[in-house]
Design a protein around this ligand. Structure first.
Ligand code: HPA
Ligand code: ZN
Length: 308
């Protein structure tokens, strides 16, 4: 298995149906069904929002520190089996705080699992952009006592209508704390969202970013500054951002000389972990082993652990 880093992975998106059922039983939470195949059968999505509705609903089963530990430990085991040597992992504290699960529980479980895990890993705290900038700032301030548990901040959830520029202040505060900065942009949103993420939020990586390809000036900027893009091919197909893998713009991004990485996003929902994404690119787009190895090398260069 080729060694790689994974840089775009939502830990909540690794919640497999089997674990949904196990945690529901453990925490005595009522589910519409306890049949894992019936749960999986719901994973057909029309767009990003229809996925997010299911993703947030399933989080109801995560209550205790041990639940968060088990979630992260399961991901790290799978990632190691897929050749991941280093992972920078998103988590959504607001999705737990809003259900009455305190930060202490979330950080406690996730951090312990990362510490015990089979590979090097770090956390990136994501703001839910559809909850607005004031709440993002509150969450960041509440998380600062746990500063040593995370290395950066990100921006996720429903993209269109929630542009990066709204979050200027909270990203400034994060930068002042020495935190790394990334943002989802150019998944469903246009190139203007990618420009804002770069110019207003000063992000060091762009998550997805595939729609940047619609703007040649932006492509030149990304190439010249070697700004990494964390592309998630199977996610893009499942969320109908692209019609099929064969239509994916990733090969053109490579041809443009962009620093492209390949990642799994929410593997429990999108039909594969990170090496499954690499394998799909080989199978459906005919990428060569050399191209896939170059993408894997990019993933280390794009990571915040990289030192020249
Ligand atoms: N896009 C935006 N927000 C998300 C995603 C995604 O793919 N997964 C989890 N939150
Ligand atoms: Zn994502």
């Amino acid at each position: 298995m080729r060694p790689k880093a994974e840089l775009h992975l939502h830990i909540e998106g690794t919640l497999e149906p089997e674990l949904v059922v196990e945690l529901a039983r453990r925490n005595r939470i009522e589910l519409p069904t306890y049949d894992v195949e019936a749960i999986r059968a719901r994973y057909s999505f029309a767009n990003l929002q229809s996925f997010l509705d299911v993703y947030y609903e399933n989080l109801a089963v995560l209550r205790a520190e041990q639940d968060f530990y088990d979630l992260a430990a399961a991901y790290l085991r799978r990632a190691a089996a897929q050749g991941v040597r280093h992972a920078e992992i998103f988590f959504d504290p607001q999705a737990h705080l809003s259900r009455g699960v305190p930060l202490d529980v979330v950080f406690g479980g996730l951090s312990a699992a990362l510490k015990d895990g089979p590979l090097s890993a770090a956390l990136i705290l994501c703001f839910l952009r559809d909850r607005g900038p004031e709440e993002a700032e509150q969450v960041l301030r509440a998380a600062l006592p746990y500063r040593e548990h995370f290395i950066g901040v990100g921006l996720d959830s429903a993209e269109v209508g929630h542009p990066p520029s709204l979050f200027r202040r909270v990203f400034e505060i994060a930068g002042g704390e020495g935190l790394h900065r990334v943002a989802h942009a150019g998944e469903e949103g246009g190139p203007d969202y990618v420009w804002e993420a770069l110019d207003v939020l000063r992000v060091e990586r762009v998550d997805h970013g595939i729609r940047a390809m619609e703007d040649p000036q932006l492509v030149a900027r990304l190439r010249e500054e070697r700004i990494p893009l964390t592309v998630c091919p199977l996610s893009n197909v499942r969320l109908r951002v692209v019609p099929s893998l064969r239509d994916h713009i990733l090969p053109a991004m490579l041809d443009e000389g962009l620093l492209v990485t390949v990642n799994s996003d929410d593997p429990a929902y999108f039909g594969g972990y990170v090496e499954d994404n690499y394998a799909a690119l080989r199978r459906e787009l005919g990428l060569s082993e050399e191209q896939l190895d170059a993408i894997a090398r990019n993933s280390f260069e794009a990571s915040f652990a990289y030192e020249g």
